[in-house]
Unconditional design. Sequence first.
Length: 256
Amino acid sequence: MKLSILDFGRVGVPKGWHHMFGSLERDTGTMAGFLIEHPKDGLILYETGPSPNWKEHWPDFAQQAFPISVYTNENRLDAILGKLGHKVTDISAVILGHAHLDHAGGLEFFRGTNIPVYLHRKELEYMFYAVATKEDFGTYLTHYVDPSFNWKVIDDDEVELFENLTLYHVPGHTPGTMALSVNLKDKNFLMLTDLAILRENFEKETPLGWGIRDYESWGKSIRKMKMVARKYNSIVIPGHDTEVFNSLKRVPEYYE
């Protein structure tokens, strides 16, 4: 089994989004995806990145709040897959850690296919609610909150969806956030998506700021993932930490 880390570009993240006492000043965050070449279940993608047409799909206020500073043709999902000798239609399953615009917008690449898209039931329910009522519109967008995709629901708090790939329901950032554990031959990777945006959110349990929907659930989820990380001696990857991202192998290199 192989794990490849995909570079979907860079986005401005307000300090107040990842730190409860932060400001409107922005840090530069990475946008990452993860491709697992599974010996039994084919190519599995965790996180899709932003829409390739993000300038058209993102409303002005979203572009101002979270400005994308790097997104070239090389950051497109189809281009990255091409470097690895694959096409978008070779993907056998997509898993969304959560459905915010910079993590789920890349579903545009899967429009018109029947490729299953897995996410937690609470995330599916909330994203449709958020867009329909406009109570959380902007972080969720209408272009991918679309019943034409082949949505597949996860109901469990913990499930080994594919052999050596375990999903954990870790609410807090959003109601249906799911972390992914990938167990390779001699390494374990734990992808937190935006449960922890930076390493300090995880290691020091520094609470997110505006990026939290439920503080009590967030704290429980962080502690739950710390136990998982200790158990498997995991390499932990937060959602947007540039320092952590730069320390890892990226496409065309991989882990196995």
